[in-house]
Design a protein around this ligand. Sequence first.
Ligand code: PEP
Ligand code: MN
Length: 365
Amino acid sequence: MKTSTPSLHLTKGTSTLAKTSGPVVIAGPCSAESEEQMLLTAKGLKKLQGVTIFRAGIWKPRTRPGSFQGVGSVGLEWLRTVKQETGLRTACEVANTSHVAEALKQEVDILIIGAHTTVNSFMVQEIADSLKGANVPVLVKNPVSPELMLWLGALERFNQNGITDLGVIHRGFSTIDNAPYRNHPKWDHVVELKNMLPDLPVYCDASHIAGRRSLLRPVSQRALDLGYDGLMVESHYNPAMALSDAQQQLMPQELDMLLQSLKLNQTDEETTRKGVLMEELRKEIEHLDDQLLDLMARRSLVSAQIGDLKADECSLDRQQAWDDVLENLLKQANSFGINKEFVKTVFQEVRKQYAQTHLYADMGS
Ligand code: PEP
Ligand code: MN
């Protein structure tokens, strides 16, 4: 996809979100549930190398009413206590302007824009406008749908309101087939974003991409291989009791093991980037081959129907009609920059094949 090169004014060098010596780890429960849960989890996480930011969902976007919607404002007080007791920086998702006002009042250190908010440019604009002059770091999650420009547009809206300490969180996308992930990573989108904005801090929310513990390691490793600034991993002192996303959260000790198992500088970024693009291109070519096959089958059906209708037409007329069609196709091939001889051979073969298997054997040349 070619677009005009975006330019963001970022706090280069003084970003509080960019990695310094090693990757930054944002960890904490999917949802704040109680003060005890927050403190027990945060105290466990504080001991882990790289964990400097504590996250917790205060207001939860849920598919249907009736499921746990988050504890609301009281959770912000618990976040404040976590900061006081552990020294960790705090982060939570804000989805409207009153969330922003409350979070800033309770001195949440970093605001996160959730994937279900990034999709809505009206909501993003309102939130961004409400942050004018706020001087708070903002991390923007990718939109649920794989639309890079929507993600970029959200960044631009914050930037235009003076937010320069900006970063993104890659949490995967909803696609036709997400398997084996909860949200498909589509790594190439982030590679493209990083190419456009090399100074933009990028985090990988391995939990929401993976959706299950077994995939956290490969997803996190791929992110590090691509040179991400950090990871976001959901952690709960007792995941079995979690009120949301129980299946993907790790106990702090498990997160420690995960982090220890990850390798830094395992491959050079450029090689991984090329690998990611190659994977995408291979998938695309497989898809195109499927489409070619499907088109051939459909063409053969339509052609048979024409054959039935024109059975009594003179073969000379048919030849003339075919010559005209072929001439037109070759002109188009030329304008698409495809080799004319190749196109001629393909179409002659297609027609020959048809002529051999259908009604009029006289057409096969
Ligand atoms: C979350 O981080 O808990 C969350 C709801 O994420 P997302 O916006 O990526 O769905
Ligand atoms: Mn979650």
